[in-house]
Design a protein around this ligand. Structure first.
Ligand code: NAD
Length: 492
């Protein structure tokens, strides 16, 4: 079966999804472009405070009428399992929408992103009846226990780089824990998430439990963060926006925030990393996947001097085998940058990095693609000093800095970043070296002999330092959407 499709024939959802149905509301129109050819994909409107009010009212009413929080958790799970089945049944459509509207390639969006989104929903559905408290040690004639309860309404705001999956990491655990959700799509990639909300309604999730709004960050996003009836905010996006959200959440009534933010992640290749061509394939894929638009991207390669030349020769050869093209063509292997604005930002940063003393090993230019999309050439930079903007700032594109080292202590010191601490990896056959790096590196996620999350859902993902706090996925990912209550009973 061919996965390639004609993007002009795919239906595009319209409106916000509030109270279980699509709703069109007045508001500033936002043009959404397909990143592969910059053709319009179906406009959205900025919902603003009015849409948030409507979604909050729908959520409150649905929580009350469905008894979602107090329902037997097995019953909640049953509805979420049906939601997962519905996503799978519509995987082809969802995968096509994702490929049209984002930088994700159709070779992965149907069997990958869409099916994986269903699996995330199923994973958290299985948690519904496994959120346990503890009985604490107390004196006689007393009982003290803790239990986990939902916040009521959870607010969630997501970026554009993996629109369905990143959203599922939030709405699935929030719903499974007994919350209703008010979520904002990215203004660049709204449609697939709207279609997921439609799947939830088709599966019988009570309307109002899962609301998806469109709009700008500073209007609709800020209205979600500051709404007094929303009990928690889960955010994925840039560190700058995360800081603004934290401040707004503090200044509009205290509420917890979970922040999954940017990164500048190191990838260490030691003197014995294993079979060199396999390592080079990994390193090359790691920085070119999704055209580098990945938060955990290993944008800093730190390689032992004795293997550096061989590794780089092989990586460079692999950068020349990519096939840029439309995201809806299954033979495309290299994705476009999400927008012209983001392309200009990446290019300006690369040019400034060079101005500040770095050298270009490859790339640093536009890559001519077969259509009007913005493709940035895989770019490898050397001599990027620690005070160079190319070291301090996240590119969020297919750009990798390379440094060499002599001994491991030097590599570990180089791996630490003054601002970011999202993820890190080490490629080595020596377990002692792997463990030393895993222990020492300041990052919320560490991988050995790979870089990036598996489809495995038990791995709780989240950063340290300027890369945020709190977790998506794993047990911690659902616990974020609960608050702990301590109960003391005196039965003297
Ligand atoms: P962004 O911060 O510009 O926007 C993210 C979302 O926040 C969007 O929906 C936007 O509309 C909204 N927003 C913007 N300003 C807001 C405000 N004042 N109040 C409320 N909401 C607001 O990020 P982006 O460009 O969409 O995504 C790229 C960034 O996301 C990169 O920095 C990347 O590293 C990060 N990211 C992190 C993870 C992770 O898991 N740590 C995953 C994916 C992306």
């Amino acid at each position: 079966m061919s996965l390639s499709f004609n993007p002009d024939t795919v239906a595009v959802p319209r409106g916000h999804h509030i109270g279980g149905k699509f709703v069109e509301l007045p508001g500033e129109e936002i043009t959404v472009l397909r990143p592969s050819d910059e053709k319009p994909m179906g406009p959205i409107t900025d919902g603003g405070a009015a849409a948030v009010e409507m979604a909050v009212a729908a959520a409150q009413s649905a929580l009350k009428s469905s008894g979602w929080a107090a329902m037997n958790p097995r019953e909640r799970a049953k509805i979420l399992f049906r939601f997962a089945e519905r996503i799978e049944a519509r995987a082809e459509y969802l995968g096509q929408l994702e490929a049209m509207g984002s930088s994700r390639l159709v070779s992965g969006t149907i069997t990958g992103d869409a099916v994986r989104t269903a699996s995330v929903v199923r994973y958290f559905a299985e948690y519904c009846d496994k959120l346990e408290g503890i009985v604490t040690a107390t004196k006689g004639d007393t009982l003290s226990y803790t239990r986990r309860q939902p916040y009521g309404i959870a607010g969630a705001i997501v970026p554009w780089n993996f629109p369905m999956i990143t959203a599922a990491w939030k709405f699935a655990p929030a719903l499974a824990a007994g919350n209703a959700v008010v979520m904002k799509t990215s203004e660049l990639t709204p449609h697939s998430l709207l279609a997921l909300a439609e799947c939830a309604a088709e599966a019988g999730l009570p309307g109002g439990l899962f609301n998806v709004l469109n709009g700008w960050g500073h209007t609709t996003g800020a209205a979600i963060v500051s709404h007094p009836a929303i009990g928690i905010i889960s955010f994925t996006g840039s560190t700058r926006t995360g800081a603004a959200i934290m401040s707004l959440a503090a200044n509009s009534g205290i509420k917890p925030v979970v922040l999954e933010l940017g990164g500048k992640s190191p990838q260490i290749v030691t003197r014995d990393p294993g079979e060199m061509d396999a390592v080079a394939t990994r390193v090359a894929n790691n920085f070119m996947v999704n055209a580098g638009q990945v938060c955990t991207l290993p944008s800093r390669l730190i390689v032992q001097k004795s293997v550096a030349d061989e590794l780089l020769d092989r990586v460079l050869a692999k950068t020349r085998t990519i096939r840029p093209g439309p995201t809806w063509d299954e033979t495309t292997t290299f994705a476009p940058v999400i927008s012209a604005r983001q392309f200009d930002r990446i290019d300006a940063l690369v040019q400034e990095t060079v101005k500040q003393g770095a050298s270009v090993l490859t790339g640093g230019t536009r890559l001519e693609g077969p259509n009007a999309g913005n493709f940035y050439a895989p770019t490898i930079l050397t001599d990027v000093a620690h005070d160079n903007i190319g070291f301090t700032e996240e590119f969020f594109g297919p750009v990798m800095n390379v440094t060499t080292y002599d001994d491991l202590e030097e590599a570990i010191a180089e791996a630490q970043h003054p601002v970011y601490g999202l993820s890190a990896s080490v490629h080595t056959q020596d377990l002692k070296v792997a463990m030393k790096v895993a222990d020492a590196v300041e990052a919320g996620m560490v991988w050995v002999n790979q870089h990036g999350r598996d489809p495995e859902f038990t791995y709780a993902a989240g950063g340290w330092k300027g890369s945020g706090f709190g977790k998506d996925m794993g047990r911690a990912g659902i616990e974020e959407f609960t608050r702990q209550k301590a109960v003391w009973i005196n039965y003297l």
